[in-house]
Design a protein around this ligand. Structure first.
Ligand code: FAD
Length: 451
């Protein structure tokens, strides 16, 4: 059987490797438009900050490793069309040569592309987006000429990680966000800690300000104008206002597309076309809390969906367990994360949410170096079921580990009270006899019982 995987990043490589493992007799081609198979684009902010010194270190596996695993890689080869009836696709390689390739099973893992807001000036030299290795190389070249200032449009996690990276590189950074808070996927009280952390390191965060024009101005700089008379000149502008699914290839072959433009897939990652599977940022994801599809373009999801799609394309019968919307971010010394549903999301989904905010030290106060953890537990008033958890604290305060306790509890449908019963590890340098997550759960129990 011949399996073709379109896309050679997180989802595509996960699919190809799992398919190979599941059925070692498969003939597998991985076709990717760029020259960077299995590179971690999640690492780009750390490459640009200088924390990761060599771009080649971003490869999860080398090309040779992948080929040794039995994958045939077709780099710099773009798939232009899929015929789902004849089971063929048209590829064009770097030398502009066109060829037709047959397939018995197809995994589409074409990812996402940055959203470009409808504002003039995005094509000016010095304006960048950040999604691919080539985007990063372009920005890195611009940084070599020692620009003094940068303006970032968009306060989502990529804009925030890049604010840190560029401040670390010595630039004066202004981040402009259209909404009243950065990081709109967490509650405002945690988002304001992020803005404060950026300000503490000399960055400027401008909220409630949509950017509506970028234009060249004096001295080769870029002049950025926005709502309320906002105007600032910068040497470099990074536009990071989100991504949209790159679903056109399978879509134009007839695959169903969902409301957010992503490929519709079932729990086995099958598209509406027979023999065609999809995974990663081009596809919808099953949201385990909502019990319906959502669009959550994250690397962690892309890997798991890819593994499921690969196994099923190889003849297996694996069901994707679903996402619970877990996400974490570091900005300087602060780590912030969320999992599950926030209060408004839970109410919209028909739950009866109660959200309780509390603070606890990350480890016993008498042991040096304790930091406060700001936690927010959302649970259902009627059933006591844990619905969501948000946390912010020092980057050394094991924020992701604590977030993952909650994500694991959500995955297993635990109650808030059930978190108190967990047998968690404890030693004074790391925690408390009641871990901070358990203290937050107990604060929720007290509030829900009116104590
Ligand atoms: C700066 C940045 C930081 C991030 N940080 C995090 C993080 O900390 N945590 C997290 O969970 N997620 C993070 N993400 C998101 C994560 O990187 C993506 O969710 C993940 O890479 C999606 O993988 P994918 O394989 O679906 O798509 P992509 O990585 O977008 O790859 C798409 C692949 O498809 C190929 N392709 C597309 N069209 C064609 C075609 N027509 N023919 C052939 N090949 C084609 C491309 O060449 C590429 O190989 C980050 C993303 C960025 C940009």
């Amino acid at each position: 059987m011949h399996l073709v995987v379109v896309g050679g990043s997180d989802a595509g490589i996960a699919a190809a490797l799992r398919a190979r493992e599941f059925d070692p007799t498969l003939d597998i081609d991985v076709v990717l438009a760029d020259a960077f198979p299995n590179f971690s684009i999640c690492g780009l902010p750390y490459l640009l900050s200088g924390e990761v010194g060599d771009w080649q270190a971003l490869a999860h596996r080398s090309r040779a490793d992948l080929e040794r695993s039995g994958l045939r890689l077709r780099l710099e080869t773009t798939v232009h069309g899929v015929d789902p009836v004849a089971r063929t696709l048209v590829v064009v390689d770097a030398g502009h040569r066109e060829a037709v390739m047959g397939w018995d099973a197809l995994v589409v893992a074409t990812g996402a592309e940055p959203v470009l807001p409808p504002i003039p000036g995005l094509d000016c030299p010095g304006v960048f987006v950040l999604h691919t290795m080539d985007d990063a190389f372009g920005l890195a070249r611009a940084l070599e000429s020692a620009p003094e200032s940068a303006l970032i449009v968009g306060g989502g996690y990529i804009g925030l990680e890049m604010a840190e990276a560029l401040i670390e590189r010595g630039l004066e950074v202004t981040l402009v966000e259209r909404l009243p808070q950065v990081m709109p996927t967490v509650d405002a009280n945690l988002a304001s800690l992020i803005s404060e952390e950026i300000a503490r390191h000399g960055g400027h965060v401008v909220l409630d300000t949509g950017v509506h024009e970028i234009a060249p101005c004096r001295g080769g700089r870029l002049c950025v104008k926005g709502d309320g008379g906002f105007e600032r000149a910068a040497d470099v502008v990074l536009v990071a206002v989100g991504v949209r699914p790159n679903a056109g290839l399978a879509g134009s072959a007839g695959a169903a597309i969902g409301p957010q433009g992503a490929l519709v897939v079932d729990r086995r990652m099958a598209t509406s076309l027979p023999g065609v599977w999809a995974a990663g940022d081009c596809a919808e994801t099953y949201h385990a809390m909502l019990g319906r599809p959502a669009y959550l373009p994250l690397g962690t999801t892309a890997h798991k969906q890819g593994r499921t799609a690969g196994e099923n394309a190889a003849g297996g019968d694996r069901v994707f367990a679903g996402s619970v919307g877990t996400q974490v971010l570091r900005v300087f010394d602060l780590a912030v994360g969320r999992t599950g549903l926030r209060d408004l999301e839970a109410a919209a989904a028909g739950f009866e949410p109660l959200t309780v905010v509390s603070t606890a030290p990350d480890h016993v106060a008498y042991y040096p170096g304790a930091h406060p953890l700001h936690q927010s537990v959302t649970g259902d008033r009627t059933t006591g079921r844990l619905l969501g958890f948000q946390i912010a604290g020092h980057r050394l305060a094991q924020v992701p580990a604590r977030l993952d306790i909650a994500a694991t509890a959500l995955h297993h449908g635990a109650t808030v009270d059930g978190i108190s019963d967990l047998d968690l590890s404890y030693a004074p340098p790391f925690g408390s006899p009641w871990d901070a997550v358990q203290s937050a759960a107990q604060a929720w129990i007290s509030a829900s019982s009116g104590a």
